[in-house]
Design a protein around this ligand. Structure first.
Ligand SMILES: [Fe+2]
Ligand SMILES: [Fe+2]
Length: 251
């Protein structure tokens, strides 16, 4: 298994470089990272007794961010590189002639999966962008979480085949998803949430590569970029952007 060893050697090397970049400081990982591994732990906890300083401030292992980061900076410097799902959904929305506001909604609909937290991603994503977009955009992103599971034949939307593969044919929706859908289906913006589902591509085209720059103008017109930079501003979501920028601050 020569290849496997090479890979793990490379991983070790990478880890060593990261340790060097940290100097003597240790990283206090959040409970969430451990829970994701099925563990209830804080690792070295608060670092009391280790004699080492804990990481606070910029993380030398991550790409440095500009003083006043924009949404595009976060896409490029923090979000997972697998952004084609978002870009291709927005591209399809554009092709389908949706209003620019909805193109932005499609571009950001899974921002939580790509850039923050997967679980309950519609809610986290909506919260992250809420202060900076039209209310209809964040509403639609929040509601696509539940709408994804319900077909709507009037717009040709069926229950996604890959959900059967991913979650099993016997997957039962949780009551809060059903209740949310019941509330959403009579809402004045129902169709906006539904349009996210319709343009939400799972089997996207691997032969075309969409660049974020294609949506620079849409972002410029419909995302209220704070002058002081995301995270340096003072909104109910600023702390989330700061956490993304410095995810391992000890406190
Ligand atoms: Fe989604
Ligand atoms: Fe999606």
């Amino acid at each position: 298994m020569a290849t496997k060893r090479t890979l793990s050697e490379r991983a070790d090397e990478h880890e060593e470089q990261q340790m060097k970049a940290l100097g003597d400081r240790i990283v206090g990982k959040s409970l969430l990272y451990y829970l994701s591994d099925g563990e209830r732990s804080l690792g070295e906890g608060f670092g009391i007794g280790t004699g080492k300083q804990m990481l606070m401030g910029e993380d030398p292992r991550l790409p440095p961010m500009p003083e006043k980061p924009t949404l595009m900076d976060f896409f490029k410097l923090r979000f997972a590189p697998s952004q084609q799902h978002l870009l291709q959904s927005a591209n399809l929305a554009q092709k389908n002639g949706l209003p620019e506001k909805m193109v932005l909604a499609c571009l950001l609909h899974d921002i939580a999966v790509t850039g923050f937290i997967r679980s309950d991603h519609g809610y986290w994503g909506a919260q992250l962008i809420e202060p900076y977009v039209d209310e209809e955009v964040s509403w639609a992103i929040r509601m696509h979480q539940c709408m994804r599971f319900f077909p709507d034949e009037t717009v040709g939307y069926a229950y996604p085949e890959n959900y059967t593969r991913m979650f099993g044919a016997d997957y039962q929706l949780e009551p809060y998803i059903v209740a949310e859908y019941e509330r959403a289906k009579n809402h004045k913006w129902y169709m906006s949430g539904r349009m996210i589902c319709v343009n939400d591509l799972y089997s996207f085209d691997h032969d075309i590569v969409i660049e974020l720059e294609q949506f620079e103008d849409v972002i410029g017109r419909h995302f209220k970029q704070p002058e002081e930079g995301l995270g340096n501003d003072n909104t109910p979501a600023s702390h989330m952007w700061r956490t993304l920028r410095r995810p391992c601050n000890a406190l």
